[in-house]
Design a protein around this ligand. Structure first.
Ligand SMILES: *Cc1c(COP(=O)(O)O)cnc(C)c1O
Length: 388
């Protein structure tokens, strides 16, 4: 088959089969794991395709190529964590650049941006990106980089990536979208006008809660090369074994996303009809404020949601003490269901005032819905809710 024809397959095929049966040494069907840190030169002054593992690694490159193809990008750089992926982009900004980020962005991202701003390396503007006049006003500062997260964490607010990207680019900014919550199975920000996609591959891309890693995908080939060069220069590279595990997880991405979304929709509907629940934040529900935008912009609504218990912290305590099948833990995107309490876990560093401003109440719980049987998940939730 020609290279061209091989590249024109559907994304499900890329995820399931990129690099399968490509081993020239033994014909291994599953791509081998190359742990070697260094590679023998073919002869004097004659390096092969790989010379040193920080510069490049066949296992890591296979995963990078697969993720870049899934996102529709020119290339991807795999980093040791999602945070390292975001930092790789920040590292490339001239000192003193302005960065515009969502006021309710991922807690680790907020911490990194504030620390770098505190050192004088960048100036930071945090705005509610669904507030169009506020976003336009912030662009008057001429940011070098606009960070977008959609849907947001934990309230699942959705912003119009194409519209914001167009405005940002008009103002001379580059646009990076954190696509961790949906994965390329459900959203492709580069096709909506973004310059970069960021991932915590720790979450849905790996999908099995056994790797910490990240990725930056660039729309343009030159930027992809620049990022790769920079990752080598700073040493921010993902380990071969983590890359191999993530490629293995990626094989089932589309099947997992579809099944987890089905479960999530059933969970959201059950939560909404329960008397102990004040509100459910899931864009798949027709009365979610961003439902129409999510339906237009995304290929699905994903497996993340949050909901508010009527009884505040005492109710939260009783819920997490009695719920079954939802493990109380941070992180998301694995095959197992998790529940987190943003005010004391993922968003504790944000501070009470900023949480209140962003609408993250003390009675709010976030769910990552997994692959368990829906009857068990609903019964497990009922056990928690009955105790509230
Ligand atoms: C988890 C997460 C990150 C950080 O990724 P790590 O792999 O934990 O470093 C960044 N953005 C979002 C949206 C996340 O959920």
């Amino acid at each position: 088959m020609s290279e061209r024809a091989a590249n024109q397959v559907q994304p499900e095929t890329v995820a399931a089969a990129h690099g399968v049966a490509s081993d020239t040494a033994f014909g291994a069907v599953a791509p081998p794991l190359y742990l070697s840190s260094t590679y023998e030169f073919a002869g004097f002054d004659t390096p092969r395709a790989y010379d040193y593992g920080r510069v490049g690694n066949p296992t890591r490159d296979l995963l990078g190529d697969a993720i870049a193809r899934l996102e529709g990008g020119a290339g991807a750089v795999l980093t040791p964590s999602g945070m390292a992926a975001i930092d790789l982009l920040l590292n490339r900004l001239p000192v003193g650049s302005a960065v515009l980020a969502p006021h309710d962005c991922y807690g680790g991202t907020l911490r990194l941006l504030k620390e770098r701003a505190g050192l004088g390396q960048l100036t930071l503007q945090l705005v509610d990106q669904s507030d169009n006049p506020a976003f336009r006003a912030a662009l008057e500062d001429r940011p070098a980089l606009v960070l977008i997260e959609s849907p947001s964490n934990p309230l699942m607010r959705v912003v119009d990536i194409a519209a914001l990207s167009a405005l940002a680019k008009e103002a001379g900014a580059r646009v990076a979208v954190d696509n961790t919550f949906l994965s390329p199975a459900l959203q492709k920000p580069l096709l909506l006008g973004a310059d970069y996609v960021l991932h915590s591959t720790t979450k849905f891309l790996n999908g099995h809660s056994d790797v910490i890693a990240g990725a930056v995908i660039a729309a343009e080939a030159e930027e992809a090369r620049n990022l790769k060069r920079w990752a080598n220069a700073t040493g921010a590279i993902a380990a071969p074994f983590d890359s191999w595990l993530t490629l293995r997880g990626l094989r089932t991405l589309f099947a997992r996303m579809a099944a987890q979304e089905r479960n999530a929709m059933a969970v959201a509907q059950r939560l909404r009809s329960h008397s102990a629940v004040a509100r459910v934040h899931y864009p798949g529900l027709a009365d979610h404020p961003d439902h129409a935008l999510a339906a237009r912009q995304q290929k699905g609504f994903g497996a993340m949601m949050s909901f508010e218990l009527d009884g505040g912290v005492p109710a939260v305590r009783r819920f997490v003490g009695h719920v079954r099948h939802f493990t109380l833990a941070e992180s998301l995107g694995g095959v197992e269901s998790l529940v987190a309490h943003p005010a004391t876990m993922t968003h504790v560093d944000m501070g009470a005032e900023a949480r209140a401003k962003a609408g993250i109440g003390d009675g709010l719980l976030r769910l990552s819905v997994g692959l368990e049987h829906i009857d068990d998940l609903l019964a497990g939730l009922e056990a928690g809710l009955a105790a509230c």
